[in-house]
Design a protein around this ligand. Structure first.
Ligand SMILES: [Zn+2]
Length: 103
């Protein structure tokens, strides 16, 4: 995991930048490293898919976070479970937007 980050960048800042590029679709329009890293972060539950779907560099459709099944890769519930499940209190809003499903 640490190999993903530049030494001088805060992990949270890097995640925020990647989440922004995913949300806007920029991450998918770039070839190579950025898109692969974005996909890795989504698979790790550190980022979620964008609100809307996007087309990637090759024209493949990347679904939005509400177009995938709740609890599967890229959904708010998936990221919540892996990343912040025990870190915020019931009733507190989930940064991934999984608030409605917090028990
Ligand atoms: Zn959460």
């Amino acid at each position: 995991m640490t190999a993903l980050w530049r030494e001088d960048a805060e992990e949270d800042d890097v995640l925020a930048v990647y989440q922004y590029m995913i949300d806007t679709g920029q991450a998918w329009r770039m070839e190579g490293h950025v898109g692969r890293t974005a996909m890795h972060l989504i698979e790790s539950g550190l980022c979620v898919l964008g609100v809307d779907g996007h087309r990637d560099y090759w024209g493949n459709y990347v679904p939005g976070r509400f177009e995938v099944k709740a609890g599967t890769k890229g959904s708010p519930e998936f990221a919540h479970e892996r990343t912040c499940g025990s870190q915020h209190q019931p009733g507190q809003r989930c940064p991934f937007g999984a608030g409605e499903t917090i028990q």
